[in-house]
Design a protein. Structure first.
Length: 205
């Protein structure tokens, strides 16, 4: 009787492992997909481009602005050092890029105080209250969007009259399919999940 029960358990475990092996592409892809947030958008007072990442964030933010999804652009970020160049800030570099794409300077607000995603949300909230902005579309890299949304929702929780929407930038370098087989994607996804857990316990709970 015991041997029969043991055999059933072994067969059950084998069946589960077989299902996991056969479907691993689906659920592993879903782990990366979970990080990406793309909400239905409507015109807002401001488009918020979060600092860091790459040019894709600026491209997405400017595209939204030029498509009348925002009247102003807020660009966040911190000082950065590029090889052979003086210390500058991400907002300054991003602003120069936006200007080159036809965005007028008076439509751009640079926010150079943040040093983290949480501070991004805090200072953007301050800027929005100061400017009496009631809605924003937050733009960042696809892998960063889940954490950004979590933090912004937390920080703006007491501002019921402000509407937040979230839009991922296009990033061809971030490939969801078989991300675990590619060094860059593996590093990015694992790092983001670590930060998600860290931020959750530090700021949410």
């Amino acid at each position: 009787m015991r041997i029969r029960k043991l055999s059933i358990v072994i067969i059950g475990i084998f069946a589960v492992l077989l299902v996991i092996f056969i479907t691993h592409n689906l659920w592993l892809d879903s782990i990366a997909k979970f990080l990406i947030v793309n909400e239905e958008l409507s015109p807002a007072d401001v488009v918020v481009i979060l600092g860091g990442g790459g040019q894709e964030r600026v491209d997405r933010g400017v595209k939204l602005y030029k498509s009348d999804y925002g009247k102003k652009i807020i660009i966040t970020g911190m000082p950065i050092q590029l090889t052979g160049l003086p210390i500058t800030t991400w907002p300054q570099l991003a602003m120069n890029s936006a200007l080159s794409m036809g965005v007028p300077k008076n439509a751009i607000i640079t926010e150079e105080r943040p040093t983290s995603t949480y501070e991004d949300a805090e200072y953007v909230k301050e800027d929005m209250l100061k400017g009496n902005f009631k809605s924003a579309i937050v733009v960042s890299s696809p892998y960063h969007m889940r954490r950004a949304r979590m933090i912004f929702k937390k920080v703006f929780n007491d501002q019921r009259d402000i509407t937040l929407m979230f839009s991922s930038a296009d990033n061809e370098k971030f490939q969801i399919h078989k991300w675990w087989t590619q060094e860059n994607e593996l590093t990015v996804v694992m790092t983001e999940y670590f930060k998600l857990i860290l931020y959750f316990f530090k700021y949410i709970i």
